[in-house]
Design a protein. Sequence first.
Length: 145
Amino acid sequence: MDAFMQAAIEEARAGLAEGGIPIGSVLVIDGRIVGRGHNRRVQKGSAILHAEMDCLENAGRLKAGDYQRSTLYSTLSPCDMCSGTALLYKIPKVVIGENKTFQGPEDYLRHRGVDVVILDNQDCIRLMSDFIRDKPELWNEDIGV
């Protein structure tokens, strides 16, 4: 398996272990992880700390050119908010662990020139499927339902 997606899965598992939603993300520049994060909405009482947002926050302030040669990995298809952030910073590639349990605006990302890669990773699918089954109310809150 891709080492970067594996790192995102480790982040997702960390979030689950903390009592949160099992979604993880890493930002990679020049073959190196520069930021990692996981969904911390529950843990921090946050409205916006999805995995991708936490990852980008943890990467710190980067130059525009850094984002423009980066790849954002996420265990789950990014939502509108996280996809918008990827577009804002002109991140050219998003690698998605799975989009079976939730699908964000992938076609819009593609339309805007982002290379979107979907791995259909079974670990990612299982993590989210189990979580949605076990905690549907928390999942619905996370996606604004």
